[in-house]
Write a protein that binds this ligand. Structure first.
Ligand code: ZN
Length: 276
């Protein structure tokens, strides 16, 4: 089955991973800008990282017939350094105008500090001024509920926000309903240990339905699995779910969300290629 992995840090993965994903049916990936496992010292490091995500990674994915789309922003971990964050935010517009960029992400909270909130508010302001889609990272488990609520409060207070163009990611059983009830897209992260397993994701879909749900590997440089979406497909089939439902979650839903960005050109290319 063709699928998208709309949240994966392929810059941290090997070409073997890309080849395996392509063979399993992956037709496209979304790569949000994130923390690279170490704090960067200078704004110029972000400049090069944004070039990597908009210039080299698309070419690397294309070698395996996969489309590559980027989200750009200041991640929650390094956002604690507000001065650095402001320099990075100032360089975002020139990159956001590049082809195959979907919006501002992943942004959000890590320890839910006042500095993180300052940076986050400034990123949301930039997104609103430019009409960008947004992808939010919610914190790890000990701060998950609190951080999710803080993000939802921030968005609720801004009447410019179009919730159909906002994706709140790393939802779990205790936060997904808050996100869906307010009309946002909800991401479920398939991780081998923390976050959700394919079975827990299937449980959540059986409880809450498939509308505005995305499942992703969020694979990065740490313990994670770039083949998590095909494992989810296998899990759903084993439970007897029809392929139409599974395809909606792993293919049609990502197309619908990402298709709202001016940088997303997959559908138009596909329709040109399809013989009439
Ligand atoms: Zn991520």
């Amino acid at each position: 089955m063709d699928f998208f992995d709309p949240h994966i840090h392929v810059a941290s993965r090997t070409t073997d991973d890309l080849a395996a994903m392509a063979r399993a049916g992956c037709v496209g990936v979304g790569e949000p800008a994130f923390w690279m496992g170490y704090d960067r010292s200078h704004p110029a490091s972000f400049f090069d990282y944004f070039r990597q995500l908009t210039e080299w990674e698309p070419r690397r994915a294309a070698n395996y017939n996969m489309r590559h789309y980027a989200w750009l922003g200041m991640n929650a971990k390094e956002a604690e350094n507000v001065a650095l964050a402001r320099d990075v935010i100032a360089m975002l517009p020139e990159f956001l105008d590049r082809p195959h960029v979907l919006g501002i992400g992943e942004i959000g909270l890590n320890r839910c500090t006042p500095n993180e909130m300052t940076t986050l508010s400034e990123l949301v302001e930039l997104a609103m001024q430019r009409g960008e889609q947004m992808l939010f990272h919610t914190p790890h488990l000990d701060q998950k509920l609190r951080g999710t609520r803080m993000i939802l409060d921030l968005l609720r207070a801004d009447r410019r926000v179009d919730r159909r163009r906002v994706w709140i990611d790393h939802c779990e059983e205790h936060t997904i309903r808050l996100v869906l009830d307010e009309g946002y897209w909800a991401g479920i992260t398939l991780y081998p240990t923390t976050k959700a397993t394919p079975d827990r994701a299937a449980d959540m879909i059986e409880r809450f339905g498939a509308e505005r749900i995305l499942v992703t590997s969020s694979a990065d440089w740490g313990p994670s699995n770039p083949m998590a979406v095909p494992e989810f497909i296998f899990t759903m089939r084993r439970r007897g779910h029809p392929d139409a439902l599974i395809r909606r979650i792993v293919y049609e839903n990502p197309l619908e969300l990402m298709g709202q960005s001016r940088g997303f050109d997959f559908a138009s290319e596909k329709s040109q290629e399809t013989p009439r």
